[in-house]
Design a protein around this ligand. Structure first.
Ligand code: NHW
Ligand code: EN5
Length: 403
């Protein structure tokens, strides 16, 4: 069990909490000690850098993922990240092309594997008091990478290629003097820092039921279901508008001060805020509330990203359009109202479902806004970092949303 993960500097299921101090798991190393040569792939494969600035390469990564990336437990849906999304997400501030690692078949040049890293300042640990009340949690800010889009072509599964991809990206990240990583996965690995659940809010219930994403509740008709989930055409919060790049200086303290109460979160600088909270059709939407009584003063933020799924083997429908709640900062406006407005925008833009996790303060609105628990979980992991006493976090202590 866990032949690979048992050898890695990650929290293990076996170890007891006890004395373990907060911090790195491995003995600290220097860049000079990092292996210079890439890890060895089986003979017929070679490493490549996937320069997503090149549309042809972005399309190759898109194709690999759209045919081979994550599916739900019943293999009815498969994530279908768009190439525009991959560019937004992976060509972020501080990105390093060397960290967009591909594996190709030597003979055909066909892309059959991928893994990515992007840099982030992650604050982790600290005292209790996270959640609704929320004094600052404290903890330590650590330069990390976020690992995502690990994928091996279906025809090459179970050949131990994933550990080679993971070791190779670790080496390339270590070469830049970064020794920690954060990642999420639906599968259980040693050992989650936190486990969150997905929640879903129907926007287009007829289609969701048609494709088997949801079911008609007992004693409900289709007409009553459609009425139940109907939303207004326009957001209800006065002063809500799309975020603009010039908003970033004001959003940085708004966002970071709010996130200070969580025990696992990202710390954003101005350039990062401008990047992650922009508006790109079918990729990401970010809205701010500009106080109508005090023009120029921004009181709230709400955002979501677009992650459609392919519907596998349905005669009519091929794509499920899902919006995923990203970060929300309730300042002057109640959280529930901000998320309701985000759902209104998503519905008016033609999304079929609005998804959220039970982290941050999301429990405050899930029930009232008619979200239901999904069948998927999302585990949060750190590489080469442990919390004091090997502690784990509740979903409500998590303030980190990855793509
Ligand atoms: S989670 C989504 C991952 N991708 C998918 O699920 C796509 C569909 N599946 C596949 O492509 C978001 C393959 O099944 C993959 C495994 C490639 C997943 N994370 O090659 P083998 C992310 O991208 C372990 C980590 O034979 P395979 C986050 C498994 O437990 N490990 O399997 C990624 C086993 O190890 P064990 C995973 O099915 C975070 C080994 O892989 C995993 O052909 C990466 C088997 O390898 C997963 N999702 O390929 C870690 N799924 O110990 C980053 C399976 O049990 C760490 N495995 O023997 C940090 C690095 C940076 C550090 C910097 C300081
Ligand atoms: C790392 N960045 O399982 C990403 N999705 O619940 C990797 N279920 O969509 C992590 N099975 O419950 C990936 N409908 C982990 C997630 C992998 C994908 C996944 C789940 C999340 C999902 C749907 C469809 C299930 C189809 C059968 C689901 C029920 C919705 C219903 C709506 C009405 C109110 C009750 C709930």
């Amino acid at each position: 069990k866990y032949a690979f993960w048992g050898t890695q500097p990650v929290a293990q299921f076996s170890e007891a909490g006890g004395e373990a101090p907060e911090g790195p798991i491995d003995v600290p190393k220097t860049v000079a000690e990092v292996r210079q040569e890439p890890y060895t792939l089986p003979d017929s494969f070679e490493w490549c850098v996937c320069d997503l600035r090149d549309d042809a390469v972005a399309h190759e990564v898109y194709e690999l993922l759209s045919n081979n990336y994550v599916e739900d437990d019943d293999n009815m849906f498969r994530f279908n990240y768009s190439s525009g999304f991959l560019k937004w997400c992976l060509l972020c501030p501080g990105h390093t092309l060397d960290w967009l690692v591909g594996v190709r078949v030597k003979a055909s040049r066909r892309l059959v594997g991928f893994i990515s890293a992007i840099p982030a300042h992650i604050r982790v640990g600290g005292g209790p008091g996270a959640g609704a009340e929320g004094g600052p949690a404290g903890g330590r800010e650590v330069r990390m990478v976020e690992i995502n889009f690990l994928c091996v072509h279906k025809k090459l599964r179970s050949k131990r290629l994933a550990p080679v991809l993971i070791k190779e990206i670790t080496r390339r990240v270590n070469l830049r003097d970064i020794w920690q990583a954060a990642y999420t996965a639906g599968v259980l690995l040693p050992k989650p820092l936190a486990t969150c659940r997905y929640f879903h809010r129907s926007l287009n219930p007829r289609k969701l039921i048609d494709v088997g994403f949801s079911r008609l509740a007992p004693r409900m008709t289709m007409a009553r279901t459609i009425k139940l989930y109907k939303l207004p055409d326009e957001p209800l919060t006065p002063g809500m508008r799309e975020a603009r790049p010039e908003d970033a200086p004001k959003l940085v303290p708004l966002l970071n001060d709010y996130l200070a109460r969580y025990r696992l979160t990202q710390v954003f600088n101005e350039e990062e805020v401008a990047h992650w909270f922009q508006n790109i059709d079918n990729v990401v939407q970010a809205f701010v509330v500009e106080d109508p009584a005090a023009p120029g003063s921004l009181t709230d933020l709400v955002s979501f990203y677009a992650l459609p799924s392919s519907i596998l083997g349905h005669p009519e429908h091929t794509e499920l359009r899902a919006a995923y709640l990203y970060y929300t900062v309730p300042g002057a406006t109640p959280l529930k109202q901000l998320v309701n407005d985000a759902m209104i925008m998503a519905a008016s833009k033609g999304y079929d479902v609005f998804n959220a996790l039970d982290l941050l303060q999301n429990e405050l609105f899930l029930k009232d806004l008619k979200f239901g628990a999904g069948d998927g979980q999302l585990h949060y992991y750190l590489y080469n970092w442990r919390l004091a006493g090997n502690a784990s976090l509740t979903p409500q202590e998590v303030g980190l949303v990855l793509m």
